[in-house]
Design a protein around this ligand. Structure first.
Ligand code: FES
Ligand code: FES
Length: 187
């Protein structure tokens, strides 16, 4: 038996220790937002957080993360969240219509979330460096970069209410009515 906490819920799992974490999360726990892409640690589609740090879960054996805290895309915001309950990164993703086919996007959001947690005001170079391991076959990189900057601005406004009061940072955030927010939180 291996214990693991996923999105704040503790699980005791009867699974072989060499099973990749991605398989456990998707097939045992039923959380399908994290995607299988390359299976070799090269594309980032399977990105989750281990104690807040992004990891490639397709090559991470369950035994290596036993007893630790895992966060998946489903853990960033409540199930069936309203747009306002999404994280600033998820809101910025919606506002700028970042996804195309969407397959890579949960990994992109997890990587971006970890980036802004460690660097609240990243430069273009910081973003490109932090996100370089997350591949998008649809080429959404310019929108990803813009959305990270937008989310950084939204988070800064929350930290600095005076900036928010001048209306500049939030005035552009009008979420599209037709967009299903579950696409960004549950893949
Ligand atoms: S599926 Fe894990 S890095 Fe590609
Ligand atoms: S949106 Fe299609 S792979 Fe990134």
């Amino acid at each position: 038996m291996i214990r693991l906490t996923v999105n704040g819920v503790e699980h005791t799992l009867d699974v072989e220790g060499d099973t990749p974490l991605l398989w456990v999360v998707r097939d045992v726990l039923g959380l399908k937002g994290s995607k299988f892409g390359c299976g070799a640690g090269l594309c980032g589609a399977c990105t989750m957080h281990l104690n807040g740090q992004p990891i490639r879960t397709c090559i991470m054996p369950l035994s290596a993360v036993a007893g630790q805290n895992i966060t998946t895309i489903e853990g960033l915001s409540p199930a069936n969240a309203t747009p306002q309950q999404l994280t600033p990164i998820q809101q910025a993703w919606l506002e700028l219509n970042v996804p195309q086919c969407g397959y890579c996007q949960s990994g992109q959001i997890m990587a971006a979330t970890a980036l802004l947690a460690s660097n609240p005001n990243p430069s273009d170079a910081d973003i490109d460096n932090a996100m370089s391991g997350n591949i998008c076959r649809c080429g959404t990189y310019p929108r990803i970069r813009s959305a990270i900057h937008k989310a950084a601005g939204m988070m800064s406004a929350v930290s600095h209410p005076q900036a928010a009061r001048n209306g500049e940072l939030f005035s552009e955030v009008t979420l599209p009515q037709a967009t299903n927010s579950e696409e960004l939180s549950h893949g």
